[in-house]
Design a protein. Structure first.
Ligand code: 5GP
Length: 193
């Protein structure tokens, strides 16, 4: 998506440790008009697919997923990072290693909000090593729901997440794929899409 690439090129900064900072428009301050255009692009890319729910993970996926959910006219559910283990059995849970915080979280979704009648599109801001998305896929499978696909704003193509998800035959649509970035020069190179 040209518009997103141009915005990353203009306002994104490359940090050490393969981190792309886009907090002026994507995941701290949020440009919701850009989000609406991203939502419309996912709607085009997943056209004809039966989707009745969007699933994301807190916190930075929520804004994008909400606007996308409005484009798809469906509800959005976000997986919560939980401090305490739930013993009532009323949640699906999985473990996710955070790329940015380098720790493992228990991540939960209430059984009330994800079930076998759901046809789910997963949305997140970044795809790096794939832990967040694979955790969300695990929750969809635990619920017996159908996974229709995964929509990502920024995939870092030099990390393994995209390959892991495509290898599983999952329909993955990343709106921008960064193939190279350099924290010394600030250069960011995108894959032709
Ligand atoms: P993964 O689980 O695929 O390794 O990483 C994805 C998660 O880590 C995303 O939900 C996102 O919040 C965070 N993340 C990964 N890479 C980056 C990055 O380069 N910049 C930012 N801002 N967040 C990232």
């Amino acid at each position: 998506m040209k518009l997103l690439q141009e915005r990353i090129q203009r306002d994104g900064t490359v940090k050490e440790g393969n981190v792309l900072k886009v907090d002026s428009f994507l995941n701290h301050q949020m440009d919701v008009k850009l989000f609406a255009k991203m939502g419309e692009e996912w709607k085009r890319l997943f056209a004809g697919q039966d989707i009745n729910k969007i699933l994301t993970i807190e916190a930075s996926g929520i804004g994008i997923a909400c606007v996308a959910a409005s484009c798809f006219d469906v509800d959005v559910v976000f997986a919560k990072k939980s401090q305490s283990l739930n013993i009532d059995g009323d949640v699906y849970s999985t473990k996710v290693e955070s790329f940015t915080h380098q720790r493992v979280y228990d991540v939960i979704v209430s059984k009330k909000f994800l079930g076998k009648d759901d046809r789910v599109l997963i949305i997140d801001d970044f795809l790096a090593n794939g832990c967040a998305v694979l955790g969300l896929i695990d929750l969809v499978e635990s619920a017996g729901a159908a996974l229709v696909g995964v929509g990502i704003a920024v995939e870092k193509g030099f990390q393994s997440g995209g390959r892991l998800i495509r290898e599983r035959g999952i329909h993955l649509e990343s709106l921008a794929i960064v193939d190279e970035m350099n924290c010394e020069t600030g250069e960011i190179k995108f894959r032709e899409q």
